[in-house]
Design a protein around this ligand. Structure first.
Ligand SMILES: Nc1ncnc2c1ncn2[C@@H]1O[C@H](COP(=O)(O)OP(=O)(O)O)[C@@H](O)[C@H]1O
Ligand SMILES: [Mg+2]
Length: 291
């Protein structure tokens, strides 16, 4: 017992001690119609488990939304931001790809489409423009200090990063390191997190894989996979009810550590005003069409 070297005694605790620090589980509305009810907990009633919808993503979860370009990732990020701001919860939006004035334009359009007065949300949305700032994109310490400063200044509850993959664009071997650092940081600050990650078109289409390999999916609490499929064959048109030449959009919750969730692939719509809406499971549509 005498020759023990340095130990990290703070990392040792009983489960009973840890349980005292476990945050209460409740839903954070996403602003995406049809998505919030796909997350649930279970309660035992008369000896049988009953689903209780969470009404949003689990509080303090860090969720990764992945898909190839133009699958609706940024729209979901913007809808989430506007919804949280409208509920009165300040939210940080770290923009890595599109400079702040352009993101703001998108946020204003999303608010209008959601029927939310811009004047009621603009002061609850805190933009951090990493698209226009090389240091924020390339130095994770500077980025985290900047986010910490914003969390403290505005008392924010959630942080959206569009995109996390943009933070290791030219150095994918850093992906795990960067994602782990930001994940731990958000946990420490008690923030709910939305990471947007770019999928390369060469990656297996409906997998949770993102640029940087599986780095992102393994570290975060949960992953949502967006997919679009161009309908080119008569059987597809027949089965899905989408005309040849049109795009079938889908969404699937690939995993979620903190609560129960629907596991089916659902159809997804992007409305003319640019709002993502989640529809019924694809299997239900196929079944209905086959009568
Ligand atoms: N009013 C609209 N505003 C923005 N995008 C719209 C609108 N209507 C349809 N879209 C479509 O939604 C998609 C936007 O997806 P976006 O969330 O920007 O994709 P990404 O997954 O690359 O972030 C585009 O394909 C765009 O054509
Ligand atoms: Mg985008």
């Amino acid at each position: 017992m005498d020759n023990w070297r340095e130990i990290e005694s703070g990392a040792i605790m009983t489960a009973g001690e840890a349980a005292k620090k476990t945050p209460k589980l409740f839903g954070i509305p996403t602003g995406v119609e049809g998505l919030d009810d796909l997350f649930f907990t279970t309660r035992i009633e008369n000896g049988k488990p009953v689903r209780v919808p969470l009404g949003g993503i689990p509080s303090r979860a860090v969720i990764n939304i992945t898909g190839v370009p133009d699958t609706g990732k940024s729209l979901i990020a913007e809808q989430f931001t506007v919804k949280q701001a409208a509920l009165g919860y300040p939210v940080i939006f770290v923009t890595v790809e599109s400079p702040a004035p352009f993101v703001t334009q998108g946020l204003m359009q999303r608010a209008a489409a959601m029927g939310i007065e811009w004047g009621n949300v603009e002061d609850n949305i805190v933009l951090i423009d990493a698209a226009s700032n090389t240091r924020l994109r390339e130095d994770v310490d500077v980025l985290l200090d900047t986010i910490a400063y914003a969390i403290r200044s505005f008392d924010t509850k959630s942080v959206v990063i569009d995109s996390i993959t943009g933070l290791f664009e030219s150095k994918e071997m850093m992906a795990r390191h960067v994602v782990r650092r930001i994940f731990n940081f958000l946990k420490k600050w008690g923030q709910t997190g939305i990471f947007i990650s770019q999928k390369r078109s060469t990656q297996e289409e409906e997998s949770a894989e993102a640029a940087g390999g599986y780095a992102v999916a393994h570290i975060v609490d949960g992953t949502v996979v967006l997919h679009k499929k161009l309908i080119t064959k008569p059987w597809e048109e027949e089965a899905f009810g989408v005309p040849i030449g049109d795009v079938l959009r889908t969404i699937r919750i690939d995993g979620m550590r903190l609560c129960g969730h629907d596991t089916k692939t659902h159809v997804m719509e992007i409305t003319e005003t640019g709002l993502v809406k989640v529809g019924p499971p694809l299997s239900e549509i196929v079944k209905r069409r086959r009568g």
